[in-house]
Every structure is written in structure tokens, then in C-alpha cells.
Design a protein around this ligand. Structure first.
Ligand SMILES: *Cc1c(COP(=O)(O)O)cnc(C)c1O
Length: 367
């Protein structure tokens, strides 16, 4: 019998602490640490992870949307929380819950000013996001004068920080581009500082940036994936510990004859005598169809068993021929013994997508 009983995502807070300490060891003593806990802390458990990180001394948190910040406040998190991608419809709630918005365009800046004025705010802290090459969100370098014009004579907000985001921090072959982004951010920060005459925090690096561009730590860094145990390269992965371990169990074993098929659309055709196992996990749990048809494999008693046929909504079938196992036995989908990065890479995606896709119907257990 498996001791987990049903599909379970184990969240290992000691691994989180290890990763936090490893990343902190890469920082200068004064560099602040912002923990990115968006998307349920990369699919793990946002509240438990944030509480642990706050206890460890995390200076800041970031989430993508206002509702995520509200969950953190409801859980009692008191550290500052940056909302990376708020929508104007949620600005009032953002202010009510003392969340700090990323403002990334003149439209968004003006809309935020209006809400801050309606709510009689003074010096409300905001982060201005500058685009230095990712071309996703952000003001452009030549928006600085427009920003200062819009803010001229207004006291509702103050620029607490400015930030930018590297497009290819994990990619050594893009080093030149990353350095150009860092230089551009430096220019923007200096110009804005001179013209506004006020100080503010600067932050730019994500996990791979911390590892590859130590000279660009500025006042704060923003780490997500590294906290959860992945570093976008094998050398770093060896130093980190996966926080999430996805486990399931064998519901049923089948003996398959040569020429028989397995699963929807009869996608798997057996060329011999096979033993298959059916597991209670499917694309509705976050194991997408791209992992089926022998792309990815899971672990049973330390042995790899490929997913065969199409992934169903609530089930996958795996080939356990030659593996000594029985119904009820535990199966590891990913975790310490089989990394989420390698599971994801088998199907042309990355750990970020696999981790954040594990749906909320999967039970989370903190260990
Ligand atoms: C998600 C995100 C991060 C975290 O990146 P990792 O690669 O997971 O460390 C940092 N900054 C911004 C703007 C993000 O959207």
C-alpha cells in the first residue's frame, strides 16, 4: 500500500530553506531578497511557502495579480508585496490591501493616479517597470520626461523602486544582449534619479540573473524558480533541492497482448506482451497531453516507466513491463529522484510550465 493514498504534491520546506540560503549566499550583504511567489508559489503552496520565507527573512514578495497578493495578506504576510501585472479594475483593492503596483505605461500610471486620488492617498509606493529589451511590459527609456510630467505637482504616489527584467539571463550566448539591457537600465535609473531628484530602489535580476550577472544586483533581486529548486542549468540544479514532489499510485495493472491498444484513439499499439499501470492523474491535474505517447516517464521503485498512449483527463497509463510492482504502489511523477526539469524537457517544455500547471485539485501536503 502506498502511504500517500491519492495523488499528492509534497512541498518540502527544508528544501525551500536550503535554496533560499544558497541564493542569499550569492548576494552582497546589502542586497535585498524578493521572493517571487506568483502562481501558487510556482504550483506548490503559496501561503505555506510565503510564511516560511518571511520567517527566513525575505525582504519582499512578488505576485502577478492582485488576487494573489490578497491571499498573502489574508494569510497574515506583512512584508511588502509587489504586484507585477495588476489590472486597473483591481487598483482600489490593491491600495486597500497595501500592495505595491508595478506601473508600466502612461495609461496605467494615469489610471493608478486617479484611483490613488479617489482614495486620498499620499506618497503611495509604486514600482515603475522599464522595458530594456524583453518587449513585454514596461515604459521605454524615452518615457522618462512624460512620466515626470504626469507626476508633476502630484503627491498621491512616490516612486519606491524602478525595475526591469532580463530577456535571456540563463543563456550564455546572449551575454552581450543581457549586458546591454543592464547598461540601459543603469542609464534609465540615473536619468530618472537626476531629473526627479529623489532616491528609489533598483532591481533587475531573476534567478539566472543572480547566478550569471552578480554585478547587476543593484538594491534587490527577484528570485522565483531557484527557490523552488531549479536553476536553468545542470550545475545550479545540482546545488538546489526540488521543493515540490508529485506522487501518485497504481490504481490497476493490465496484461496487454501483442496487437492490443491502450487508451483513447488507440494511440499506443502493443508489439508484445506488456504490463501497464493506470494512474489517477491526468491533464486536469496538470500532466498535459504533450507528456503522453512515450515522451515522459515516471518512477516506480526507482525504475522509469514511460507514459503510453494519450493522456486522459483523470488518468495516464504507463508501461511497467519488467518492473516489480503491484496495485497501490507509489509512483513518483517528479521530485528529488526525477527532476521536474528533466520530466518537462522530455516533452519540449520547462520546469516553470510543468510546476505551475499542477492544478488545484491535487492535494498539497507540506513536509
Ligand atoms: C516571474 C518573474 C521573476 C522570477 O523569475 P525566475 O526566473 O523564476 O527567478 C522575476 N521577475 C519578473 C518580472 C517575473 O515576472
Amino acid at each position: 500500500m502506498s502511504n500517500i493514498g491519492e495523488t499528492t504534491l509534497e512541498v518540502d520546506l527544508s528544501a525551500l530553506e536550503h535554496n533560499f540560503n544558497y541564493l542569499k549566499s550569492k548576494l552582497k550583504p546589502k542586497t535585498k531578497f524578493l521572493a517571487v511567489v506568483k502562481a501558487f508559489a510556482y504550483g506548490s503552496d503559496m501561503v505555506m511557502v510565503a510564511k516560511k520565507l518571511e520567517a527566513l527573512g525575505t525582504d519582499y514578495f512578488a505576485v502577478a495579480y492582485v488576487k494573489e497578493g490578497v491571499l498573502l495578506r489574508d494569510a497574515g504576510i506583512t512584508a511588502p508585496i509587489l504586484v507585477l501585472h495588476p489590472q486597473p479594475i483591481n487598483f482600489a483593492e490593491l491600495i486597500d490591501r497595501c500592495l505595491e503596483p508595478s506601473l508600466y505605461s502612461l495609461r496605467i500610471l494615469r489610471l493608478f493616479l486617479e484611483v490613488a486620488k479617489d482614495k486620498a492617498q499620499k506618497d503611495y509606493p509604486v514600482h515603475l517597470k522599464f522595458n530594456t529589451g524583453l518587449n513585454r511590459l514596461g515604459f521605454w527609456e524615452n518615457d522618462i520626461d512624460h512620466i515626470l510630467n504626469v507626476l508633476n505637482g502630484r503627491s498621491e504616489l512616490h516612486i519606491k523602486a524602478i525595475f526591469s527584467h532580463l530577456a535571456a539571463s540563463e543563456d550564455e550566448s546572449e551575454r552581450e544582449f543581457s549586458i546591454a539591457q543592464i547598461n540601459s537600465f543603469n542609464r534609465i535609473a540615473n536619468e530618472l534619479n537626476e531629473k526627479s531628484g529623489t532616491p528609489f530602489l533598483r532591481h533587475m535580476l531573476n534567478t539566472s540573473g543572480i547566478l550569471n550577472y552578480p554585478e547587476a544586483q543593484f538594491d534587490m533581486v527577484r528570485s522565483g524558480i531557484g527557490l523552488y529548486g531549479y536553476g536553468n542549468d545542470a550545475k545550479t540544479d545540482a546545488q538546489l533541492k526540488p521543493v515540490a514532489c508529485l506522487k501518485t499510485l497504481i490504481s490497476q495493472l493490465h496484461k496487454i497482448e501483442p496487437g492490443e491498444t491502450v487508451g483513447y484513439n488507440r494511440e499506443y499499439k502493443s508489439d508484445g506482451y506488456r504490463i501497464t499501470a493506470t494512474l489517477p492523474i491526468g491533464h486536469a491535474d496538470g500532466i498535459g497531453r504533450q507528456y503522453g505517447n512515450q515522451k515522459a516517464a515516471v518512477l516506480i521503485h526507482g525504475k522509469k516507466a514511460p507514459i503510453i498512449g494519450n493522456v486522459c483527463m483523470d488518468m495516464i497509463m504507463i508501461d511497467v513491463t519488467g518492473i516489480d510492482c503491484k496495485e497501490g504502489d507509489e509512483v513518483i511523477v517528479f521530485g528529488r529522484e526525477l527532476s521536474a526539469e528533466s520530466f518537462a524537457n522530455s516533452s519540449a517544455t520547462i520546469s516553470y510550465e510543468l510546476l505551475t500547471a499542477i492544478s488545484q485539485r491535487v492535494k498539497r501536503v507540506v513536509v
